[in-house]
Design a binder for this molecule. Structure first.
Ligand code: UT7
Length: 324
C-alpha cells in the first residue's frame, strides 16, 4: 500500500468585472478579431481596485471547503501558487490561512509563474506522500492586471485575474496506474531562457513591482515543443499512454498552443477543457480554474485520467497526471 493524493473538491472565484476584447480597441492598435484569431481569448476578468490576490484566493478556497463539507481546521497545509502576491512578504498562503480562520498547520507560496499550479500540486503531493500532511489546500491565484503595461498590445490583451483551489487528501493506493489520485509529476526549468518572459521590476532591482515583458513568438515555440514533451513524459512515468487520457486540462494561455499540444498527444478537442475564451491567461490560476469549472459542470467521472500541463516564465514547465 502507498499514500496517494486524491482530489476531494475544487472551487474557484473570478472578479466581477468582465472586460471584452473590444475594450482594448479604444486605446490600442488592436482588434477583437486579432485577439480571437491569434489567442482564442474573448474576454477576461479584472480585479476591482483594492481587490487583492489573497481576496481571490480566500474566495476560491471557501468554495472548495464548502463543496467538500470541510472546515478550515480540517486542512493541514495551504500551498498557494502566485507571482502577484499582495506584499513581498508574508506569503499569500498565510493570508489565506488567517482569512479562513485556520489556526493550525502551515502555509507557504510557490512561485513558478504560469507553471505555478503544477509545481504547487506536485509539492503538495510530496507533502502527503512524505507524511507531512494528510489534507492540503492547493490554490492558484493571480492579479496579473497589476503588472500589465497597458500600452503594450503584445501582452496586456492576453492576461486576466482569478483564483482556483483544489483540496487533495491522502488515500491508500496499490501503487499502480489504476489508483485514484496523483499518479506522476514532471517538473522542469531552464533559467537560461529567463529573458523571453519576465517582469522588469522587483525588490532587488527597481524597488517597484514592474511590468510583464514577453517575446511572445519565442515563448510560443517553446510552449508547443515542451508541453507535449512533458505530457508524454508524465504519462510514461505513470505507465499510461495518451490513449488512456480522458481529459487534458492545460494552462490556458493560447488556444493555438493548446490545440497543438492536443494534436501531438493525438487527443480530440472534446477531451480538452477550455476556459481561455472567458478567462484569458490567468497564469498560475488557470489550471485550478479550469478544473473547478469542469468539475462544477459535472464533466469528470470517478476514475477519469486527467493530465494537466503548463509553461511559464523562467522558463518553468511541467505536468501532473491524476486519476479523478
Ligand atoms: O502563460 C505563459 C506563457 N505565455 C504564452 O504561452 C504566450 C505565448 N505566445 C503567444 O500566445 C503568442 O505568441 C502571442 C499571442 C503573444 C502573439 O501571437 P503571434 O502569432 O506569435 O504573433 P507575433 O508575436 O509573431 O506578432 C505578429 C504580429 C506582429 O506584427 P508585425 O511585426 O508582424 O507587423 C505584432 O506586432 O502581430 C502583432 N501584434 C498584434 N496585432 C494586433 C501583437 N499583438 C497584437 C495585438 N493586436 N494585440
Amino acid at each position: 500500500m502507498i499514500r496517494r493524493s486524491v482530489i476531494r473538491s475544487t472551487g474557484h472565484y473570478l472578479p466581477e468585472r468582465v472586460v471584452e476584447n473590444s475594450h482594448f480597441e479604444q486605446t490600442l492598435d488592436t482588434t477583437d478579431a486579432w485577439i480571437r484569431d491569434r489567442t482564442g481569448i474573448e474576454r477576461r476578468h479584472f480585479a476591482a481596485e483594492g481587490e487583492r490576490t489573497s481576496d481571490l484566493a480566500i474566495k476560491a478556497a471557501r468554495a472548495a471547503l464548502d463543496r467538500a463539507g470541510l472546515a478550515a481546521n480540517d486542512i493541514d497545509a495551504i500551498v498557494v501558487a502566485t507571482s502577484t502576491p499582495d506584499l513581498t512578504f508574508p506569503s499569500v498562503a498565510t493570508m489565506v490561512q488567517a482569512g479562513l480562520g485556520m489556526t493550525r498547520g502551515f502555509a507557504f507560496d510557490v512561485q513558478a509563474v504560469c507553471a505555478g499550479f503544477v509545481f504547487a500540486l506536485a509539492n503538495a503531493d510530496g507533502l502527503i506522500r512524505s507524511e507531512q500532511a494528510n489534507r492540503v489546500l492547493v490554490i492558484g491565484a493571480e492579479t496579473f492586471s497589476r503588472i500589465m503595461d497597458w500600452t503594450d498590445r503584445g501582452t496586456c490583451v492576453l492576461f486576466g485575474d482569478g483564483a482556483g483551489a483544489v483540496i487533495i487528501e491522502v488515500a491508500e493506493g496499490e501503487g499502480t496506474s489504476d489508483d485514484r489520485g496523483v499518479l506522476a509529476t514532471d517538473l522542469n526549468s531552464d533559467g537560461t531562457l529567463r529573458d523571453i518572459l519576465y517582469v522588469d521590476g522587483g525588490v532587488g532591482t527597481t524597488g517597484t513591482a514592474g511590468c510583464l515583458r514577453m517575446q511572445g513568438n519565442l515563448v510560443f515555440r517553446h510552449a508547443v515543443e515542451k508541453l507535449a514533451q512533458t505530457a508524454h513524459r508524465v504519462l510514461d512515468k505513470a505507465g499510461l499512454a495518451p490513449a488512456d487520457v480522458d481529459w487534458l486540462v492545460p494552462h490556458q494561455a493560447n488556444l493555438r498552443i493548446i490545440t497543438a499540444t492536443a494534436n501531438k498527444m493525438h487527443l480530440p478537442m472534446d477531451k480538452v477543457v477550455l476556459t481561455v475564451a472567458d478567462h484569458g491567461n490567468t497564469s498560475a490560476a488557470s489550471i485550478p480554474l479550469a478544473l473547478s469549472v469542469a468539475d462544477t459542470a459535472g464533466r469528470f467521472q470517478r476514475g477519469d485520467v486527467i493530465v494537466t500541463e503548463a509553461i511559464g516564465g523562467g522558463l518553468t514547465w511541467g505536468s501532473v497526471v491524476l486519476r479523478w
